[in-house]
Design a protein around this ligand. Structure first.
Ligand code: M6R
Length: 621
């Protein structure tokens, strides 16, 4: 949930740390801080509540002279324990001023550890769970069996901690060295020429090296400017997985757009195209996976999709597609509910875990629960080597590239495309669609990127609508069939970005309660199904639009090119390209992304990349 950077090398640690925090600020922006370990020892730390800009201002005020050194750690925080204040910001420095640490995750046994330290008259400066790690390390280094041994002290501390953590330890007596560890939260090593990096993700060091190393669960890494060494928590040697980063720097930059989110909306044609690439070869769907064979897919009798937020909405669409194409029951469940509900799982169940980050704690725990019950798990993930794909039997990567905006856009569309690939692979393996039918669906899917490209020009129309909407207190989103998950996604975007109450409903539910919410001038978005799909669905939603218009609502209607039936009932009409029903969500979502961003700006929320209270990856349950 937080962003962490570590650096040892030839450059000034302050510059590297600040740049890395800038790139990782999407991971948390309640506070930030850095510690520099001077080349002759001595730790200088500076931290500030609020966005990174506050830290930069603070450094400009106080000057950089005291922040000189080639070893640095940095942190950008999404608060869990303790409010976002200067005191609770990381790094935390030990009672003797010799240890500085940064932490991502939750130290679950911090309370007894804190009491133990307080009994030793060690005074806590923050109310975080993290601070105990700094004092424990200082105490282990100062006294007892591990005295004077940085590595042994760090291992001793790590073995006392429970919960999920990425921790970076520095010690004033060991400039030029950082000891770090990960358990269930991410940490990647970047290997440069005469410099070594640590980051919560590769964005921390992508400017300087493409050579990275993925660490296994419960791994310790010791870095200096010459490289790294991996250990298990018992001190024995461990192995990592070296890989080459295939993003380019531009992918992690705004590229001329004023926000990452708007840039990422424009990257959606490529995100879908790249996700589809290579999965239909010689007339056959290729899931591209050793982990799940056609036999495995044939032996299933049930599918679950587990995910959170936007990924969950993509999973709803998987249910529509898979049940329709494969005639196998598909249940979709919010990951945080899944494992506590005792779902019925066995070796004939396929659990599809959808996650952009691959580190969402709720989804990860759902994967672990499913595996423990004997189910097969397929991860649909956008982040190479993240924990969820690592713990799954198989993975289908989406190729949306790095998504920095906290509100998911291109990753969502890529997830929908990937879920459809899974559906087609199942239909092929189980013979529920003939090869020519699969080819037709695939060709339909392949037309989508160009249609999204065309649709991007709806941004001006959407901006005009947002201009004329005026003050909004609440907004409803209605859809039927595959339009329902789109309605949920549109409402989620608006909530996240504009902080406006918004709800998505199946349009048919309206008369069962929600219609009571309709009042004069209430804006209601209606996603109209393709008139070329199920006729009855289309005509029913046209009736729904009339019902809400008759009660004073202002309708923003999303309808296909050429669908004139809705014109009389639309206060505003946004056109999307024609498509088959099942593909329509890949189009209808796009104007709703723009709409949320535009309304957010009207509400004065200019920093749409970093909505309040949120972080990109939710690595705590
Ligand atoms: O990384 P994940 O796909 O697992 O994240 C799941 C949700 O936290 C995420 O989709 C969230 O709802 C987004 N902020 C939505 O825009």
């Amino acid at each position: 949930m937080c962003g962490i950077v570590g650096y040892v090398g030839k450059q000034q640690g302050l510059d590297i740390a600040l740049e890395a925090l800038r790139r990782m600020e999407y991971r948390g922006y309640d506070s930030s801080g850095i510690a520099i370990i001077g080349d002759d020892g001595g730790i200088q730390s500076v931290k500030r509540a609020g966005q990174l800009a506050n830290l930069v201002d603070k450094i400009s005020e106080t000057g950089r002279d005291h922040l000189v050194g080639h070893t640095a750690i940095g942190h950008t925080r999404w608060a869990t324990h303790g409010r976002p204040t200067d005191e609770n910001a990381h790094p935390h420095v030990s009672f003797d001023g010799k240890v500085a640490i940064v932490h991502n995750g939750i130290i679950e046994n911090f309370a007894p550890l804190r009491e133990e330290l307080e009994r030793d008259a060690i005074e806590m400066k923050s109310v975080t769970d993290s601070e105990v790690a700094a004092h424990l390390l200082a105490r282990a280094y100062n006294d007892g069996e591990t005295a004077g041994d940085f590595r042994a002290s760090a291992l001793a501390v790590l073995n006392r901690l429970e919960g999920a953590f990425t921790l970076l330890f520095t010690h004033a007596d060991h400039p030029g060295e950082i000891i770090a560890a990960r358990r269930s939260t991410p940490l990647i090593v970047g290997v440069g020429d005469g410099e070594t990096f640590l980051g919560s993700d590769v964005a921390a060091f992508i400017e300087f090296t493409r050579d990275a190393v993925e660490l296994g669960q419960d791994t310790v890494v010791v870095i200096n400017s010459d490289g790294y060494e991996l250990l298990n928590f018992d001190g024995s040697p461990a192995e990592g997985r070296p890989f080459t980063i295939d993003w380019d720097l531009a992918a992690a930059e705004k590229g001329g757009y004023d926000s990452f989110m708007i840039k990422e909306i424009h990257e959606q044609p490529a995100a879908v195209r790249d996700t589809l690439a290579g999965h239909f070869v010689d007339g056959r769907i290729r899931l591209d996976e050793d982990g799940l064979t056609d036999d495995d897919l044939r032996n299933l009798d049930k599918v679950y999709v587990v995910a959170c937020g936007s990924a969950y909405h993509s999973g709803l669409l998987a249910k529509y597609a898979i049940e329709h194409w494969v005639r196998i029951p598909v249940e979709i469940e919010v990951a945080s509910e899944f494992r506590y509900r005792d779902p019925i799982l066995d070796k004939r169940t396929l659990v599809i875990a959808v996650s952009q980050s691959g580190e969402t704690a709720d989804t990860l725990e759902a994967v672990r629960h499913a595996k423990a019950q004997g189910a097969r798990v397929l991860a649909v993930c956008n982040t190479n080597g993240a924990q969820i794909p690592r713990e799954s039997d198989a993975v289908l990567y989406t190729h949306a590239g790095p998504e920095i905006g906290v509100a998911s856009t291109k990753a969502f569309l890529a997830q929908v495309a990937a879920n459809y690939i899974v559906g087609l692979a199942l239909a092929q393996a189980r013979g529920t669609k003939y090869p020519d039918e699969i080819t037709d669906i695939w060709e339909d899917l392949e037309t989508i990127p160009a249609k999204i490209e065309k649709l991007l020009s709806c941004d001006e129309k959407v901006a005009q609508i947002a201009d004329t909407l005026g003050a909004i207190r609440t907004m409803l989103f209605l859809g039927r069939g595959v339009g329902f998950p789109v309605a949920l996604e549109g409402a989620l975007k608006l909530k996240e970005l504009a902080y406006i109450h918004a709800e998505g409903f199946p349009a048919g539910e309206l008369k069962h309660g929600p219609i009571a919410l309709i009042e004069e001038d209430l804006p209601v978005v209606v996603i109209v199904p393709s008139p070329n799909g199920v006729k009855v669905l289309h005509s029913k939603i046209v009736s729904n639009i009339q019902e809400i218009r008759a009660r004073g609502a202002k309708t923003i209607v999303i309808a296909e090119d050429g669908d004139t039936s809705v014109e009389p009932f639309a206060n505003w009409l946004i056109r999307i390209p024609e498509s088959s029903s099942i593909m329509q969500p890949l189009l209808a979502t796009v104007p709703l992304q723009f709409l949320a961003a535009d309304i957010a700006r009207h509400c004065g929320n200019d920093d749409i990349d970093k909505p309040r209270n949120l972080a990109k990856s939710v690595t705590v349950e």
